[in-house]
Design a protein around this ligand. Structure first.
Ligand SMILES: Cc1ncc(C[n+]2csc(CCOP(=O)(O)OP(=O)(O)O)c2C)c(N)n1
Ligand SMILES: [Mg+2]
Length: 355
């Protein structure tokens, strides 16, 4: 007997019409705010990829095509008390949660190493490149919050590729046993660099794995902001009520590339890409808002111009930062650097003249 995934949650169809009988999970004002965040994510990505090509920005993994997944999930959280534990492709989720975009931008532009420090009061852990290593940390954080009697929830992000790591299993297992207040939000963007989803796992749906850990798994159309938000709100509500973890599989597509060193045209399936182009998460919301008479061409142009100006302002501010001294690489790694590191810094200063 074939194991079937539970039906994939979808509310808003690619043509911008609500599925028959479906109700939007956001009111109009909240949806306009979500659209603004999705546009910020997209326009920022487009602009900084251009800067990277000019040698002004570091290696970067854009969230192109995944904006509903990234923004919709984070909008279910309360930045005052909840925590985000990111992988590395959820930039606007952590920015919406309070991590200043200027600071991140300055780091990518080689202007500061300060962004490795999380500002006081911002409930975000550093981005993680060692796949799935963030998950045991996230479960520990959620467990700690539970033991402290806080009503806080942790949202931990993971990719389809990261889910093949042992840490994924260990973290989800412990989270289920201890019923910690956590939401595992998996962005299944069909790729782990050049490894396709079909070679990542034989499971018909990653969400099914949750059953093995004793908590619910849900699969959502990750390009449908209403569906993503609805699933995230429900999972956050469960976690906050003490009912334990949820695994959300957000089915989306990486429309950009793995990072700025990658060229997916060498391995990508053109038809699959074209299919997801038709399901663009931003176009879908624009069509919906137009059909309601809440957005016309003029208003959309204005919104794009406003967001674009905001991106320019952030980049200009970051570019004006003084830049990193060569010995800045020793900063912000240890709270109390060991003697060995202090000695290396002295040697480095001596040999490089560190102007
Ligand atoms: C433990 C570990 N193994 C391998 C890598 C190399 N690596 C970096 S990103 C990546 C792909 C991750 O794919 P996924 O988790 O789906 O995230 P996505 O890039 O698609 O957002 C790999 C294999 C790594 N960083 N860490
Ligand atoms: Mg992936």
């Amino acid at each position: 007997m074939a194991i079937m995934a539970e039906t994939r949650l979808m509310t808003l169809q690619p043509d911008g019409k609500l599925l028959k009988g479906a109700r939007p999970s956001m009111d109009e004002e909240f949806l306009l705010d979500a659209l603004r965040w999705m546009l910020l994510s997209r326009l920022y990505d487009e602009k900084v990829i251009g800067l990277q090509r000019q040698g002004r920005f570091g290696v970067y993994s854009p969230g192109l095509g995944q904006e509903a997944s990234i923004v919709g999930s984070s909008m279910a959280l309360d930045p005052e008390r909840d925590w985000i534990v990111p992988q590395y492709r959820e930039l606007m989720a952590i920015v919406r949660h309070g991590y200043p975009l200027e600071k991140i931008t300055a780091t990518y532009m080689g202007k500061t190493t300060e962004a490795t420090r999380i500002p006081e009061g911002v409930n975000v852990l550093p981005t993680q490149v060692a796949l799935a290593a963030q998950l045991p940390q996230a479960v520990g954080l959620a467990w700690g919050l539970k033991l402290q009697g806080k009503d806080a929830v942790v949202m931990a992000y993971i990719g389809d590729g990261g889910s093949s790591e042992g840490d994924f299993h260990e973290a989800l297992n412990l989270a289920g046993v201890q019923k910690v207040p956590i939401v595992f939000f998996m962005q299944n963007n069909q790729w782990a660099i050049s490894t396709p989803r079909s070679l990542q796992s034989a499971t018909p749906s990653f969400s099914l794995r949750a059953a093995g850990y004793g908590f619910p798994g849900v699969e959502v159309d990750g390009n449908d902001i209403f569906a993503v938000y609805q699933a995230a709100v429900e999972a956050v509500r469960r976690a906050r009520a003490g009912d334990g973890p949820t695994l959300i599989e957000s089915v989306t597509y990486r429309m950009g590339f793995h990072n700025t060193t990658d060229n997916p045209s060498r391995y990508e399936d053109k038809e699959q890409r074209a299919d997801f182009e038709r399901r663009d998460p931003i176009d879908r919301v624009v069509r919906y808002l137009r059909s309601l008479g809440l957005l016309d061409e003029q208003r959309e142009d204005n919104l794009r111009a406003e967001v674009s100006a905001e991106v320019d302002r952030v980049i200009e501010a970051a570019a004006a930062e003084p830049g990193v001294r060569p010995d800045g690489m020793f900063d912000n790694v240890y709270e109390r650097p060991p003697a060995r590191v202090l000695k290396q810094r002295e040697q480095f200063r001596g040999s490089n003249g560190n102007a």
